[in-house]
Design a protein around this ligand. Structure first.
Ligand code: MIG
Length: 765
């Protein structure tokens, strides 16, 4: 159904349907029907089914109805920048499409991917443009590394529209969202740097359904190897050489602290040249890889996109030969400054370049590297040609004036880290594509190339890619970490809100640098952050060069003992976490969820932003305040306000729904098990290669509890051919005895356990 308005710049607004739950809206100029967004998606839509949908134009508004009730209405359609627009840091071509949506005054907004700031996203403005904020970011700093133009409106119960509505702006172009209501009360404005705009409106009866459908569109999260869920250790500048790498791992093993992965940051390269090893410090990389594998530790190496310009350097030479690099608006290839100095950037837009990137990755994977860490892929460029020439002329001018000072130099040195101006791409047909159209897709396309490397090295193995930048759909290829945070309590708390919103944005596997990246961590913060990290999908300790060492043992006891205990806990609940990971791969649903996602009938739960659920059984209330030895906890109510019993994980004490102040000495992060729940567990192994022979069932049992359990070989793609175990655990207490059973749904793999033990007793800290 198409609407037009001759007075208003001849716009056309066309509604079509993807299915009975998703409508597509295209806004464009007469005669300029938009094509599907580049690379992203093919959205096959058809005429609206008038049994389900209806659309109307009244008083300058266009509204869409589903089963006779209004979904949402739009106004203010224009092909210019809106008044509320905030000038971005980058120059964009002057082509804009703007739309306002009327939203319920009481609506809450969630999603928007990787945004710092509060869990609820209204009263703020968001930009979608992948950048390196440089150094570290602050509360509400925007934009950041990842762009996901998707959000969910949750309306009050008495609102005329649906309770949940997902809105996905399909354009990967730069966009800005006004959730501050600058465009008018209860108007959520959206403007995009394009001649047309395509969005999908996703309906559903629950947040779960909305996220599932959003990932039906943009892709399901990849199934990672099991070691991805283990404890990962990383530090920029460490290990500095081969011996230190082995030594570090031996310290973990010697202290009995579980470890699954060790990261090698840029210091492992020769002069920061990607896919190389420093000759003196890492002379025998394949020996090192072998040694790490013998100790069941998976090496992950960092790879930035910038390729150093240096004849004789294999990666550069072969890139030149195949003409893989991004072009420059002027002539030749774009040249920018990155870690290795003047560099060129692969043009991942092209299929053959992604293939070439895959080959480079395959070589390093062949050597024994297990995972690839894609950093700087917004892409970050320290200094582009334009800025460089500016700098030179500024220096000349000042010099001619004869008064160039040290301060001047400092000012000149304050250059941007996102100097992508001038980049120009080519598609597979050789057509030029302005950088602005593909900027937000750069990391996603890079990941596509990286995956090819894994596939050619070993088609059977599941890839592990950790990426800093991304766009909607990155969940298909990679895990995300939330970039450069700081070793502060504020950042630890903020990470919860970021990770929860990432999960609501179709990206279930993410994590923050545990302990904080920038600055010196204090022992108490490191301890509290490891407690929190143990419950997050990605559990990686990472910090910057020149900051205090933040290994689990860095501050001795009691910190080491406590951190160790929580890393062990991580391994104990691995069967639970791995099951959640598998389910998130199948459905797109998050692993860690805001309280209200599990308890939407409980209004109070929407105000809770410092607790979260892991799956549907565990409520985690991390301590995010320095010096706190107790904390206030909200335990939500069930359907129809039903009071639930929540069991304290550590003491076995039962508390009812409502607010409580619970004790949280340094060794306790409050965790509660939901009434009638069972958490499948195993022994606290030292890494995911080790097995436990017992399946423990930790229960909070009134009468009966159920949980699913998934297990497979943890490494291969055999699960795609049915080589996995999936079943329903049931524990029942009829007042006399407790019985357990597992009803298998799939038995294509023999799971780890020989025996099953019910744990109802207190575990103790
Ligand atoms: O310009 O590789 O976010 O995790 O340790 C800094 C060094 C480059 C930024 C990443 C960080 C990594 C660091 N990198």
């Amino acid at each position: 159904m198409t609407f037009s308005d001759k007075r208003n710049e001849d716009f056309k607004a066309n509604f079509s349907q993807l299915d009975s739950n998703i409508v597509r809206l295209d806004v464009y100029r007469e005669g300029k029907q938009p094509e599907d967004a580049f690379y992203q998606l093919e959205l096959e839509s058809s005429e609206l089914d008038d049994e389900v949908w209806d659309a109307k134009k009244e008083n300058g508004r266009i509204s869409i109805f589903r089963n006779d009730s209004i979904l949402i209405s739009f106004s203010g359609i224009s092909f210019s920048k809106p008044e509320w627009f905030k000038d971005p840091d980058h120059d964009f071509p002057d082509k804009w499409t703007t739309v306002n949506q009327k939203i319920d005054p009481g609506a809450k907004i969630f999603g928007f991917g990787e945004k710092s700031g509060y869990l609820e996203k209204s009263r703020s403005r968001y930009e979608m443009w992948n950048v390196d904020p440089g150094g570290f970011y602050k509360h509400n700093e925007d934009p950041l590394y990842v762009s996901i133009p998707f959000y969910i409106l949750v309306s009050p119960v008495d609102s005329p529209g649906p309770k949940y509505l997902g809105i996905y702006l399909v354009n990967p172009d730069y966009s800005q969202f006004d959730a501050k209501y600058l465009s008018g009360p209860n108007n959520l404005g959206m403007t995009v740097n394009s001649e047309s705009l395509t969005m999908c409106l996703i309906t559903g009866d629950s947040l779960d359904e909305i996220v599932e459908r959003y990932t039906d569109l943009t892709g399901k999260p990849c199934m990672l190897p099991r070691w991805a869920l283990g404890y990962h250790h990383s530090k920029y500048g460490m290990p500095m050489d081969q011996e230190e790498a082995v030594d570090l791992v031996e310290k973990f093993r010697g202290r009995g602290i579980p470890l699954d992965s060790l990261y090698l940051d840029i210091q492992h390269m020769q002069d920061y040249k990607i896919f190389t090893w420093d000759e003196n410090r890492f002379p025998k990389p394949s020996d090192l890889m072998e040694e790490l594998h013998e100790k069941n530790v998976k090496p992950v190496t960092i790879q930035d996109p910038g390729v150093k310009i240096e004849e004789g350097y294999e990666v550069y030479d072969s890139g030149e030969e195949k003409d893989v690099f991004v072009g420059d608006e002027g002539e030749g290839d774009f040249i920018g400054m990155l870690w290795p100095g003047l560099s060129k950037f692969p043009d991942f837009v092209r299929e053959d370049v992604r293939e070439w990137w895959g080959e480079q990755n395959a070589k390093i994977l062949d050597l024994g590297v297990s995972g690839i860490w894609n950093d700087m892929n917004e892409p970050a460029v320290f200094l582009g040609k334009d800025r460089f020439l500016d700098l030179i002329s500024e220096i000349y001018e000042k010099d001619e004036e004869g008064d160039i000072s040290l301060e001047d130099f400092h000012e000149l040195g304050d250059y941007p880290v996102n100097a992508t101006e001038g980049m120009i791409h080519r598609d597979d047909e050789g057509e030029e594509i302005p950088h602005e159209m593909v900027h937000n897709l750069y990391a996603l396309l890079e990941a596509d190339g990286t995956v090819r490397g894994f596939e050619s090295e070993s088609p059977e193995k599941r890839p592990f890619i950790l990426t800093r930048a991304g766009f909607s759909g990155i969940q298909r290829r990679a895990a995300v970490w939330t970039g450069d945070n700081t070793s502060t309590w504020e950042h630890m708390k903020m990470s919860i809100q970021m990770i929860l919103n990432l999960g609501l944005s179709g990206l279930p596997f993410s994590g923050a640098d545990v302990g904080g990246f920038d600055g010196d961590v204090e022992p108490e913060l490191l301890t509290r952050w490891n407690q929190l990290g143990a419950m997050m999908p990605l559990f990686r300790n990472h910090s910057s060069i020149g900051t205090v060492s933040q290994e689990p043992w860095s501050f001795g006891d009691p910190y080491e003992r406590i951190i160790k205990r929580y890393i062990e806990l991580r391994y104990e609940i691995m069967p639970y976490l791995y099951t959640l990971h598998y389910e998130s791969h199948e459905s797109g649903r998050p692993i860690v969820r805001p309280i209200f996602m599990e308890f939407p009938a409980d209004d109070e739960s929407f105000d809770i932003d410092d607790e979260f659920m892991v799956g549907d059984s565990l409520l985690v209330a991390p301590v995010v305040e320095r010096g706190a030895r107790k904390r206030r906890v909200y335990l939500p109510r069930g359907e129809d306000g039903k009071t639930l019993n929540w069991e304290n994980w550590w003491t076995g004490n039962v508390l009812e729904s409502g607010y409580h102040t619970v004790s949280a000495p340094l060794d306790i992060m409050p965790i509660f098990i939901r009434e009638n729940s069972v958490v499948p567990m195993m022994d606290p192994v030292q890494n995911t290669e080790e097995d436990s022979d017992t399946l423990y069932l930790r229960c909070n049992l009134e009468d009966s509890a159920e949980s699913m359990i998934y297990w497979d070989d943890g490494k291969t793609k055999g699960f795609e051919d049915g080589e996995y175990f999936y079943g329903k655990i049931k524990v029942e207490d009829d007042g006399e005895e407790i019985t357990t059973s597992i009803e298998p749904e799939k038995t294509g793999f023999e799971p780890f356990w020989d025996s099953i033990k019910v744990r109802i007793e207190t575990l103790g800290a």
